[in-house]
Design a protein around this ligand. Structure first.
Ligand code: MN
Ligand code: MN
Length: 469
């Protein structure tokens, strides 16, 4: 039977018009299986590494398992050598030396490992009406009403007066107690419900309930507080003043889970931005003997603006590259200026329940692959890093050639809001950089949603970028 001739219009349509498709239609069954398998590792990572310190420690562990050694200042490295530089236990650079000279630049993937959370204040512990509580100060952009009435765990470090460092991780194991913030019952919330949304639960109302039994001695005040302090002293050897030199973070204690009857998605706390950190980490661990020197940077403090010595607006990355350049006899400005970077951060996925904030033609959609974002910022692209057409073209050609499923996405409608990533700080070093990352639903909520196919294609994107000739 003769094949039916396509009409001129159909032929032209195929040739000329954009044809983005759901990855569920374009990826092979085998690839989807690989994506599912990859995401099993991711779920473990995002469940076990809930803070920047834990993610950095996890990266060190994985790196050492894969033959990475701790960076030695002034050491000359050969092509294929693998090493990592840990910055104050909260940020890490993993590097594999390439065959080509450093003067041709390095390839960088950067993602952040801090997530919105509730930090304990420096004088957190108090008793009120025979309940013991912790005062908190929220970290990053949260909708405060989302944080009460969910189980919380406590993570971090306490530096005692004697200098001893105590690691805290309580509320994650089945047998651990958990903590929570209380909320009003609807029966008595008439006045609360009249508050404007940002104030339904106020910052100073994010108090964590931690105990209710008194120390058994009648004529003392603050007996519940004392009893808690005694428990903490027995367990950690700390006194109340030790909270002053502590960094304790309350985060949701639930594990990452599959979402949907088809198990196509993942729900978890802290996917922004560990959903990009994990692929970036796995990619640098996987790629052996790259042409150019490759680096995965897992950075801290993105959620508060990247300032501070573990954030990317500090000098730790350029210092590291400069030192590496000088040690190997290259001009550091040349090395940095010839470098390229994928800034890996999440983007907002189109939400059919809240379609009004996005412009669907230019929004990222779940399952359409890793999202390439040319520019960030708000209003008239204020605070943007805007990748050049040339660099977008380079990345587009690379992804298409290597079969990465990708889409473009802009964070929301014009003037609906906006946001930035670390891309601007990389761009300000005179490095070509573009945002790539995984689309997320319910971003910054205690339970964020991503799609497995997108996560896998994010990983593929880093691998092909690192392996590129
Ligand atoms: Mn982010
Ligand atoms: Mn964020």
């Amino acid at each position: 039977m003769a094949k039916e001739e396509k009409s001129e219009g159909k032929k032209l349509k195929e040739k000329l018009l954009a044809k983005k498709k759901n990855s569920g239609l374009t990826m092979t069954e085998a690839e989807i299986k690989k994506a599912d398998k990859f995401c099993e590792g991711y779920k473990k990572f995002v469940t076990n590494a809930k803070t920047e310190r834990e993610a950095a420690a996890e990266a060190v562990k994985e790196a050492e398992k894969n033959g990475f050694e701790e960076y030695v200042h002034g050491k000359k490295y050969k092509p294929g050598d693998k090493f990592y530089y840990l910055n104050r236990k909260k940020a890490i650079i993993l590097c594999v030396m390439g065959k080509k000279p450093l003067s041709e630049g390095v390839r960088i993937a950067v993602a952040h490992i801090d997530s919105p959370r509730l930090d304990l204040k420096q004088n957190p512990l108090y008793e009120s009406d025979e309940l013991a509580l912790f005062k908190t100060h929220y970290y990053g952009g949260i909708k405060k009403y989302q944080w009460p009435t969910i189980p919380l765990s406590l993570h971090g470090v306490i530096v005692r007066a004697d200098g001893a460092e105590i690691t805290v991780n309580i509320g994650e194991d089945e047998g651990d107690p958990v903590f929570c913030i209380t909320d009003l019952l609807p029966h008595l919330a008439q006045e609360q419900m009249k508050r404007s949304a940002p104030a339904i639960v106020k910052g100073e109302e994010l108090n964590i309930l931690i105990g209710s039994r008194p120390f058994r001695e009648d004529d003392l005040s603050d007996k519940v507080k004392l009893n808690i302090m005694k428990i903490l002293n027995d367990k950690y050897g700390i006194i109340e003043d030790d909270f002053i030199s502590a960094e304790l973070e309350a985060v949701p204690c639930f594990n990452a889970r599959d979402i949907g009857f088809d198990r196509s998605m993942i729900g978890s706390y802290g996917q922004d931005d560990r959903v990009c950190s994990y692929p970036a980490l796995e990619a640098v661990l996987k790629v052996k003997n790259p042409e150019k020197t490759i680096m995965t940077v897992l950075t801290d403090k993105e959620e508060t603006g990247s300032d501070g010595n573990t954030g990317l607006n500090s000098s730790y990355l350029p210092y590291f590259i400069s030192t590496l350049a000088k040690t190997h006899g290259f001009d550091e400005i040349q090395v940095i200026s010839n470098s390229e970077c994928l800034s890996a951060d999440v983007n907002a996925a189109f939400d059919p329940t809240f379609p009004d904030v996005t412009e669907s033609r230019n929004a990222a959609h779940l399952n359409y692959g890793v999202c390439v974002t040319k520019f960030t910022g708000s209003r008239g692209k204020s605070g943007t890093s805007d990748a050049s057409a040339e660099f977008v073209g380079r990345i587009r050609r690379l992804f298409d050639k290597e079969g990465v499923v990708w889409q473009t996405g802009e964070l929301g409608k014009v003037d609906a809001g906006g946001g930035g990533t670390v891309a601007q700080f990389v761009a300000n070093l005179n490095i070509d950089v573009i945002d790539v990352g995984v689309p997320v639903l319910s971003m910054h909520a205690p339970f964020e949603v991503t799609a497995k196919n997108d996560i896998y294609n994010c990983y593929k994107a880093f691998v092909v970028f690192f392996e590129d000739k």
